[in-house]
Ligand binder design. Structure first.
Ligand SMILES: [Zn+2]
Length: 155
């Protein structure tokens, strides 16, 4: 997508307000990481977090609570019907964070950059949102099983 200067900056501010990693924002907006770090500092009064994006979905499955939240995020991402990947991720993350804040009165366990890579894996088939063939609950899986049974129904 080709963005004009105004749209570049407004998208950058939107992503930075969600605490997105500089590498994501630079790629999406074409703005330089130096400018983005400055913007981040002005907005949050702290430096942007360093470190790279997660490279495999293993972290999602390390905690039941995180897996539940990732499943919820995946559900919201899947139900976004914009054709723009970035817009879907932003909208889905807002819905997810609002839901967690309202229902559990806690902070979301997934940060925006985690949600971003989950969205990429969902689009490329690295992870899949499937229904338990027994109780129909939504589940995230990494391997392709024709008849998936969730952990509750398995036990
Ligand atoms: Zn089940």
């Amino acid at each position: 997508m080709k963005l004009n200067t105004f749209n570049r900056y407004s998208l950058a501010i939107e992503l930075l307000s969600l605490d997105a990693k500089i590498s994501i924002v630079a790629e999406q907006t074409g703005l330089s990481p130096e400018i983005l770090r400055k913007l981040f500092l002005e907005m949050h009064h702290r430096s942007s977090s360093r470190g790279s994006l997660r490279t495999s979905p293993g972290f999602i499955f390390k905690s039941f609570r995180l897996l539940k939240e990732a499943t919820l995020y995946a559900f919201f991402f899947r139900s976004e019907n914009s054709t723009d990947f970035c817009r879907r991720a932003i909208n889905a993350y807002r819905r997810y964070a609002t839901y967690i804040g309202t229902v559990t009165k806690t902070h979301p366990r997934l940060d925006f950059s985690d949600a971003w890579v989950i969205s990429e894996w969902l689009d490329t088939g690295g992870i899949k949102l499937v229904r338990c063939s027994h109780c129909r609950s939504a589940n995230l899986i990494t391997n392709e099983l024709q008849h998936h049974v969730c952990c509750v129904c398995k036990s």
